[in-house]
Design a protein around this ligand. Structure first.
Ligand code: FUL
Length: 457
């Protein structure tokens, strides 16, 4: 068992998964015929002439995206209705037959380049317009479209696949040839991460509400992410049961109880995707979510060993709705206010503790009157290891105040602390006037802990 936990602790990300982790927060952009029909899922019969964003301005999108601190954009090049936002040579159902006559993928990718953010695309395998859907020929069609997108628009940081698989003509269902799609991406854009519900590079978090797990491991059983390369032996309990029930909506994925039964572990971190509004596409009557809700989603994702993919849908003019632009700006201001400037501290790893239970002593240079967050980062390039930890504050007079109890850390854990100045020491009744020291105590880990960074805000 100890050997297996050590193996689990050494499951490593690829370089592109590490780069993706550092992107942290990026925008989804859902745009297409649904924007004009008011639907969420088109059926593929929508007329091309409907799509006409008369004031299209992708620089306006990029500016708003950047104002919230996001570092990339993923555009729905084709949604389930099959309408292509670029003039694909393989279908008539695209912008080329709309009065707009613009290549939206080109406009958006160039605006991202100008604005210095990354660009990626969503390409729906489910296509309710393609005649060949449900036959082997559809996989060729899909690969042709993928090739156009992978070769015509510069560097792609992420290709986002939707797993939805509905019926096509005469009730035919398509067998998606994902391994073939992945090979094509590896060949044409080797730096791009691939999102799919079950990996290979990034997996779906299991909800669209911006909610995270209490322990979000990037190391998960291969039973869940069966497209990702297996990096360990089977767990010690693998012969005594199975994980065949495992699905992304489970509350626990990478917990010890689960991994012991696994046939092998993979590195497949989670992306939290949600929309700034109730729908993925723009609807006049919908309003953006509150700042509180967006901030909670940020803590759960960027602050919970995942990334946040926040959708902002352009309106019928081809512009981000002013209400969303305002909310994004406010959100960026909030993030800068909370995490803009770290409190100067010096961190020391105390001697005399086991390598799996280190204690980090954080001395606050100028005793602080307000402490809200401790941000922890493991050296995830070496693997994810911490199982549990606690944070304690020490007052100038030696009082101890428990501020936080956490599970895993991974790439980044933002710990929102209890207000130490509102706490009383249970023994002395004393409330601290100033905090001089914080202690991060790891209480369990799968192998020696390598902490990359500790910051206080
Ligand atoms: C889902 C789709 O069915 C939704 O329309 C949306 O695109 C969301 C991101 O993924 O599977």
């Amino acid at each position: 068992m100890v050997d297996f936990l050590k193996e689990a602790a050494h499951v490593k990300p690829t370089k592109k998964q590490l780069n993706w982790f550092c992107t942290e927060f990026y925008a989804f952009v859902h745009f297409g015929p649904n924007t004009y029909t008011g639907r969420e899922w088109g059926d593929g019969t929508e007329e091309e002439k409907l799509f006409w964003p008369k004031k299209l301005d992708c620089d306006q999108w990029v500016e708003a995206i950047k104002s919230a601190g996001m570092k990339g954009m993923i555009l729905t090049a084709k949604h389930h209705d099959g309408f292509c936002l670029w003039p694909s040579s393989y279908t008539e159902h695209s912008v080329k037959n709309s009065p707009c006559q613009k290549d939206i993928v080109k406009e958006a990718s160039e605006a991202c380049r100008r604005g210095g953010i990354k660009f990626g695309f969503y390409l729906s395998p489910w296509d309710r317009n393609a005649d060949t859907y449900g036959t082997a020929a559809y996989n060729d069609y899909f690969c042709n479209q993928l090739t156009e997108l992978l070769t015509g628009y510069g560097d792609i940081f992420c290709v986002w696949f939707d797993n939805a698989c509905g019926e096509g003509p005469e009730g035919r269902k398509q067998v998606y040839d994902f391994p073939r799609y992945f090979d094509l991406i590896h060949k044409l854009q080797p730096e791009a991460v691939i999102f799919n519900d079950f990996g290979p590079d990034i997996r779906w978090c299991g909800n669209e509400a911006g909610v995270g797990r209490s322990a979000e491991w990037a190391v998960v059983p291969s039973e869940l992410c069966y497209y990702s390369p297996v990096q360990t032996n089977p767990g010690p309990m693998a012969e005594m049961g199975s994980l065949s029930y495992l699905y992304n909506t489970e509350k626990e994925l990478g917990s010890i109880a689960n991994i012991l039964y696994s046939r092998g572990l993979v590195f497949a971190p989670s992306e939290i995707d949600m929309s700034i509004r109730p729908g993925w596409f723009w609807h006049q009557e919908e309003k953006p979510h509150s700042l509180e809700r967006l901030f909670a989603a940020y803590l759960a994702s960027v602050g919970g060993n995942a990334c946040l993919n926040l959708n902002i849908p352009p309106n019928r003019d081809g512009l981000f709705d002013e209400r969303d632009v305002k909310r994004l700006k406010e959100f960026g201001e909030l993030l800068r206010r909370e995490f803009g400037t770290a409190i100067p501290v010096s961190v020391e790893r105390e001697a005399g503790h086991a390598p799996t239970q280190p204690v980090y002593r954080i001395c606050i240079d100028q005793p602080a009157k307000k402490i809200r967050y401790v941000v922890l980062q493991e050296e995830i390039a070496q693997g994810q290891r911490v199982e549990s930890f606690r944070i304690i504050a020490e007052s100038a007079r030696g009082g101890q105040y428990p501020l936080y109890q956490g599970t895993c850390i991974g790439h980044k854990k933002i710990c929102q602390l209890e207000d130490p100045f509102a706490l009383q020491n249970p023994l002395t009744g004393e409330a601290p006037q100033e905090i001089t020291t914080l202690k991060v105590q790891v209480t369990a880990a799968r192998d020696e802990v390598i902490m990359k960074k500790i910051e206080v805000y």
